[in-house]
Design a protein. Structure first.
Length: 255
């Protein structure tokens, strides 16, 4: 069982007067090829369910939006294609110069520009895809994909605990089936959880501190933007960390 990504959370026990926070290690296990195939089968089932429930497919909605000049119009498709080509070219330059042991000043400048272009085009592609997702959020494809992301999160998210001096991994989301795990998720996602069960309260604490990161990790991996700790960390930094404005330095010169 290989790890895809790990991170640490801090949680404060509910109904505790102590200000000390417990640190808990969260582990996202990497799905095997067979498990990915199970996920694809699950996606197909959900896709058919939403089709039968009357939801349009992305293709059907895209055609309708294109005719109306929406985000799926030819101009936007051409822009996305250009961005993707620029992103690929920037990646090629970064790989070419990044593997070199010695670079002259001009080559270093080319590498720096390519790195900036790669990040900027990747961001713009991501933003475009998010806009598309917003408009297509009520399609059968999007609904099924949302359930698939949940399926991966529910089945491959664990927390580390020590029982009788032995470390072990335990599922964050309890239940045997997807429906069981989703019902558990809906329960602990409530702002005010009315329960005195210590296990449920512990699960709530872990969920509150980890769920946003879990969704981001699985989404990055699912969209092939990261495949391990290092590349997922980089993708999260590029996509989710707020850019800090650079300080403008002005040289005052007496004339």
């Amino acid at each position: 069982m290989a790890n895809l990504y790990t991170f640490e959370i801090e949680r404060k026990k509910k109904n505790s007067k102590s200000k000390k926070k417990n640190k808990t290690k969260i582990v996202v296990v990497k799905p095997s090829v067979a498990e990915v195939e199970n996920g694809e089968f699950f996606y197909g089932q959900k896709f058919n369910e939403f089709i039968n429930a009357g939801f349009l497919t992305k293709a059907m909605l895209s055609k309708k939006m294109g005719n109306l000049g929406g985000l799926a119009s030819k101009e936007d498709s051409d822009r996305l294609q250009t961005l993707m080509m620029e992103n690929i070219e920037a990646a090629r330059v970064v790989q070419f110069y990044g593997e070199a042991k010695k670079l002259d000043k001009e080559q270093q400048e080319k590498l720096k520009n390519a790195q900036e272009d790669f990040v900027n085009t990747q961001k713009e592609i991501h933003e475009y895809q998010e806009l598309i997702r917003d408009q297509f959020s009520q399609t059968a494809d999007a609904k099924a994909e949302q359930r698939l992301i949940e399926w991966f999160v529910f089945n491959f998210s664990f927390y580390e605990d020590i029982i009788e001096d032995k470390k072990g991994l335990f599922p964050i989301f309890q239940g045997e089936t997807f429906d069981d795990k989703r019902e558990f998720y809906l329960g602990i996602s409530e702002d005010k959880l009315e329960s005195e069960d210590s296990d449920i309260l512990k699960a709530k604490e872990i969920f509150d501190a980890s769920y946003e990161t879990l969704i981001r990790v699985i989404s990055i991996w699912f969209n092939k933007m990261g495949t391990d700790q290092k590349t997922i960390d980089k993708a999260m930094k590029d996509l989710f960390e707020e850019e800090k404005p650079e300080e403008v330095k002005e040289d005052s010169k007496d004339e």
